[in-house]
Design a protein around this ligand. Structure first.
Ligand SMILES: [Zn+2]
Length: 91
């Protein structure tokens, strides 16, 4: 047993026509990280992997394009670069 799994919650699931089997559920799923700079997104909230507490989707990540996937700094840089590329292509 891994030390991280010591206090993990165990759930029992019974597949059809088979005996029930215990599965370890991780205590927490991680906080969101930026896909570009790999830094932790401050607005993202760690969600409990257990189903007994599931917060609202809007509280887990921000409600904007690429929210919870790319941080604001990287999104700003990307938006500026892509609009400049579009302007060059139109000329
Ligand atoms: Zn970033």
């Amino acid at each position: 047993m891994k030390p991280s799994e010591r206090f993990a919650k165990k759930v029992w699931r019974k597949p059809p026509k088979k005996d029930s089997k215990g599965h370890k559920v991780p205590n927490k799923s991680g906080v969101g990280k930026c896909a570009i700079c790999k830094q932790q997104i401050s607005s993202s909230k760690s969600k409990l992997a257990r189903r007994n507490f599931s917060p609202a989707k809007s509280t887990i990540r921000t409600n904007r394009p690429y929210g919870g996937y790319i941080c604001t700094k990287c999104l700003k840089v990307q938006a500026i670069e892509q609009t400049r590329a579009l302007a060059v292509a139109e000329k």
